[in-house]
Design a protein around this ligand. Sequence first.
Ligand SMILES: Nc1ncnc2c1ncn2[C@@H]1O[C@H](COP(=O)(O)OP(=O)(O)OP(=O)(O)O)[C@@H](O)[C@H]1O
Length: 673
Amino acid sequence: MRLLKRPVPAEPAVSESERRLFGGPLRYDAGWANHEYAQLESGLLSTLRAMPRMVRGTLRLAWDTDRPALLTVAAAEAGQGVTSAVGLLVLSAVLRTLFGAGSPAERLHEALPALAAGALVAVLGAVLASRSTAAAGRLEPKVERAAQEQYLHAAVGVELEAIEDGEFRRLLDSAQWGPPSARRTVGACVATLGGLISLFATAGVLTVLHPLLLPMLLLIAAPRGWGAMRVAQRRYLSVMAWVEHVRAARLIGQLLIARTSAPEVRVHGVGRYLLGHYRNMAEHAEGEATRLAKDKAATELLAAALSGLAALVTYAAMGALIAAGRMDLAVAGTAVIAVRAGSASLGALVATTNTLHEESLYVRDLERFVAEAGRRAIPSGGRPLPGRTGTIRLTEVGFGYPDREEPALAGVSLTIEAGQVVALVGENGSGKSTLVKLLAGLHLPDTGTLTWDGVDVREADRTQVFDRVALLTQDFERWPVTARTNIAIGRPGDARADGSVDQAAEVVAAARYTGADEVVAKLPHGYETLLARVFRGASELSGGQWQKFGLARTRYRDARVIVVDEPTSALDPAAEIAAFDSIRGLAGPHRAVVLVTHRMSGVRHADVIYVLHEGRLVEQGSHEELLARDGRYAAMFRMQAEQYAERHGPQPRGAGTPIPRQAPPPQKGSTVT
Ligand SMILES: Nc1ncnc2c1ncn2[C@@H]1O[C@H](COP(=O)(O)OP(=O)(O)OP(=O)(O)O)[C@@H](O)[C@H]1O
């Protein structure tokens, strides 16, 4: 019989749209696609065997988050099982009395106490059910929250290297389904527990009534259980096999509505093009839904037929037993009711067991992620750094990204002293940003040493390293929060981060320092304006205006080492000159500034300029020294100067300055306030 074949994953055929857009099926190489199908095909018994191991994690979370609620659920479910068993026994007694000797009035009178007891038991069952529902309802969101916190906490604590590692990202991606699954696992656990207890209760009662009744119950329920399990397995396999297809369709949908793609979607007609592909892929997926529905209908029909057949055999056997005088009518009546109740709860039990199994696969991904994140976490503790940061020294530092053969940095030795403005220059891909990440403590050197006042960063307390750095990267975060918080977020641990007067004054000072205050003045609600247009009442800034905010955040952070990576790419010439001035002005007796930029006008006043080429330090010195040397730096500088001269006419003789300075450089060695 075709339906009795073992379920196999329904691999989707590659649609024309996938081939066109992605060069083939978009493979979602996530951990959740790695679940072994074999496990799912292994049947009810092995699923049941694996169950305790699978739900242990969720139950532990539930135990930790709300122990009373968990105990209440367990007790209420157990109590319901007992009440259903007692209910059946009471029913049997009632029927026995009703079918016994005497007039109908006498029999009814005699059955009254049992009927009252039955009503009491039913009320008790209902109360317990409501207690269980309330406690489970309280427990489920708490478990999801705890799992979500566990997930986020683990993700925040790992090394940057892990975040950039594709393998780890896949785990991170798949584990995000864990928290909602943990919540559903609680529900499924409760249902399974309830189902199990009431099944045992019914089975016990049936065995008391007649030993033959229990096997008969199993005979009736087995096909339905098999059907439910098969449908669930097929659905799961289908979800797994089609997940990439669904993701690809979703990706197209997102591209169609994204703000960044909106101009091209309209002007280039990309909208119509992608919409066509979206439809094509959706139709492809609908075919799978239809196939699943047909399969489900056929499975359920077959299960119902087999179950009906088993019921027929059971009732015929009961008829034969009654005819032979080996079962009385009252017992048979109770048995019919018990068999119906029992087969329904067995069917439901198989379904909930399946749900439990399915959900716990995702929870297991979360557990795997948390364990891996623990292995790749930034170590806590370590050697404390001296109170005042004086010197950062790199000696023969080498660093390579895991997926690259060529090292990003090789044999780099340099020193950064407090009070200095240090510039890093070099062509694209020469290793500047990588060096910045090493300075900030985001990556550790593979070879050589990086020390903070003599303390090797590998042994140092990394939290203290982070505390000493203000980092403004090329793609710094544009937080979708208010203008004020966008600046103040640079010092989240600040005791005054509650909007108190002091903090407000410092935020304003930082904004004024970088020109962000002029931007704020034009915002509808000033510093309280939300900066994210997707939300109601929010405003959006231009790229250059955002850079002023980024610089203000860096200024507000007030760190010992300020690292700015390409901070002026979106600024107009006047704003750029002002920005370089204010960046240089950040240097103070106890504060160094490390500036990475391609704008040569911005580096000429640096104390030391380090020139990187293919990950190596090739030149170093002041602007004048490097020009005199006539090497790479001088060539780069001249190139920009000539380009400027072509656009803006000849430069004053001997100036060699691409963008004339309008303001004198601020006094070095003093902290600008
Ligand atoms: N996360 C990463 N994973 C793998 N390789 C990387 C990563 N980041 C940078 N690289 C590689 O390391 C090398 C140095 O890159 P880096 O970003 O440090 O250069 P850069 O000098 O800052 O370049 P640009 O001027 O373009 O910003 C390049 O070959 C780059 O492709």
